[in-house]
Design a protein around this ligand. Sequence first.
Ligand code: HEC
Ligand code: HEC
Ligand SMILES: [Ca+2]
Ligand SMILES: [Ca+2]
Ligand SMILES: [Ca+2]
Length: 459
Amino acid sequence: MSKLITVNKTKLAIFIIAGFVFIIHACSVDENVLSDWFNPEEYNAGGATTIFDASSAAFSTPADNLSGDNLQKHFDGDAEFEATFVTAPAVVNSGLGPIFNDVSCVGCHTLDGRGNKPTVFRISIPGMDIHNAPLAIPGYGLQLQNKAIFGVLPEGDISINYIEEPFYFPDGQIVYLRKPVYQIINTYAAIPGDVLLSVRVAPPVFGLGLLEGIPENSILFYADETDANKDGISGKANYVFDVVTESIILGRFGWKANQPNLDQQTAAAFNGDMGITSPLFQKENCDGQTQCDALTDDPEIDAVNLDVVSFYVKTLAVPAPRNLDNADVMEGKKYFFESGCNSCHVQKFTTGVLPGIPELSNQTIYPYTDLLLHDMGEGLADNRPDYLATGNEWKTRPLWGIGLTEVANGHTIFLHDGRARNLTEAILWHGGEAEKSKSYFANLNKGQREKLIVFLEAL
Ligand code: HEC
Ligand code: HEC
Ligand SMILES: [Ca+2]
Ligand SMILES: [Ca+2]
Ligand SMILES: [Ca+2]
């Protein structure tokens, strides 16, 4: 507008009238402004790593800009991610168990993606250790391993029962949500009555190096723990123990941001989920149990192999969104922003410099997460604190690639414990800080709601 100041008064009046006519017109005819919701740059959701592949390989393709040694390293990691570990002694991939949850990374991260049922059961007793970590259960540790090698007892198992409850939309549509009820069964030894349990599905593992590369300041910019700006959203950073530097740092990975980085996440998965020791976690997950041999022999996976697996999940490409210029998609995106979904599912970040991985450095990305914890209400609560995350708090999930879950992973199971059977159910479980946003969605008419879903499906 400042440019207009130099024009004469008559012209200015005409400009102003024309401006009003334009605004009135724009408000009454949505189509004229819908295109504002189209930003072609968003097709490169993972910056230069982005692959334009909407096939079943969408979650399992190397970053588009990887080449040479780094591409080779990715493929080495790929082989290890898919490898089935076996009982010691064996020539390769030895050391499974004695207790475990699955025999390979890909066993839970179906086709490099998301599992269709809970496979990790975190347990603890009330309280925190000196690093604010959950307290291990004597004889059980921090995870219930429900499988074991020959001759050893699994620690127990989890039975899941779902109770269907109706959700009534204001316009009369009814959707049934299934609320899980969990029970620890078949335990190998007595387990305390006050055990805390958190049941989790394996999330997809692409684009993670980019999330690791988001500068800490950019994440903390959105943190507002006391809700100082009074918008009802109070993103909170988790701070967790880094076993390498032995310090407390920002958590980014896992459903409660309970792991600080991908090297540690990977080593923790080998150890907790598969019973594979490594330089980061040298004791078996059954350490201290009577049926554990208490050997601290050489790590069952060495630093080199650990590094390639971690590198693999860092460098899996983000698949490009599709049809962003489609009228329904643009309209759905408008409702996404009007509903305030972006208060937590933050659209855009720029990565910093990742040492040794220039391909992931300085990339503008569209992950739709703030990587912060939010109170999601009683409905989603597991009531098991994890470092600073309370029993009600969960990390905002990235939404990039979510529309390809069905084609890439063969299902549409969402949320931390897989209770949602489709995107609509996932939204309807939102409560707590997201209650207002959920209600806005619920109060849209059916056609509008469908367009919001079509937008998510385009991501
Ligand atoms: C028994 C099933 C299982 C196995 C085996 C498994 N994972 Fe996972 N993975 C999970 C679950 C469940 C989570 C979420 C954990 C949490 O929230 O604490 C997860 C989380 C992750 C994450 C963090 C993703 C994110 O977005 O925060 C990465 C990376 C990962 N796993 C990599 C691996 C690797 C590498 C292996 C093999 C060494 C592996 N996983 C083996 C189930 C599994
Ligand atoms: C207050 C923060 C917040 C707001 C607002 C919010 N979300 Fe979420 N969203 C989350 C968190 C946290 C999770 C993970 C919850 C869980 O797994 O229990 C999540 C999960 C999801 C998932 C499932 C993702 C997955 O990987 O399983 C979808 C889909 C989703 N949100 C869509 C939306 C939409 C659409 C809106 C707006 C109507 C919205 N969200 C508003 C925080 C938020
Ligand atoms: Ca072992
Ligand atoms: Ca255990
Ligand atoms: Ca706020």
